[in-house]
Design a protein around this ligand. Structure first.
Ligand code: GLN
Length: 191
């Protein structure tokens, strides 16, 4: 198994470290040809404006969409914004998932925070909370069509969604030492 991590900008090293600890081979993806032979792709957090601009410049938009048509893809934070069909971003979106996303949704005073989330989809998720790290995070405003909310804050704000083999999280599992979300993503391969 080989997982690609889009390495244009942002927290791609942290995803690579987590996957490596799980014994998974990784590839840093910057060019369309680097998608060849991969079993899945992670789009990291960072700055969605920059990630989108670079993806356009590197001619990755079409190839990323084609790859996603046949493979699992997971976007964290800026990656979630990039995967959305609609977001308050002045740059092209991949538009993979039927979700509407609002950027920087948690205001300045709480730019970053941690929350323990109940995520039934992951291993032991009903009993052991997942430590979610939010950094200038977006939120899900609407989850439509075949997409489903898989995690929310206590106040009901939706912060993770799944649509088939595509995942989007407003938070950063790669910045914790809890590998359950990465294992959940890996479990979607071959399904
Ligand atoms: N605020 C960033 C954006 O709008 C996302 C932050 C992150 O990825 N940690 O792209």
């Amino acid at each position: 198994m080989q997982i690609g991590v889009l390495a244009l900008q942002g927290a791609f090293i942290e995803h690579i470290k987590m996957l490596t600890l799980l014994g998974v081979k990784t590839v840093e993806v910057r060019l369309p040809k680097e998608l060849k032979g991969l079993d899945g792709l992670i789009i990291p957090g960072g700055e969605s404006t920059t990630i989108s601009k670079l993806a356009v410049n590197f001619d990755l938009m079409g190839p990323l969409n084609e790859f996603a048509a046949h493979n699992p893809v997971w976007g964290t934070c800026a990656g979630m914004i990039f995967m959305a069909s609609e977001a308050d971003l002045d740059q092209p979106l991949l538009g993979l998932m039927d979700i509407i996303v609002k950027r920087n949704a948690f205001g300045r005073q709480v730019d970053s925070f941690k929350a323990n989330l109940t995520i039934p989809a992951i291993d032991d998720g009903d009993h052991r909370p997942f430590p979610a790290v939010f950094i200038r995070a977006p939120k899900l405003v609407a989850v439509n069509g075949k997409a489903r909310v898989i995690a929310e804050l206590l106040d009901g704000t939706a912060v993770a969604a799944q649509e088939g083999r595509w995942l989007a999280t407003a938070f950063h599992p790669e910045l914790t030492d809890d590998d359950r979300f990465h294992r959940y993503f890996l479990s979607l391969i071959g399904t």
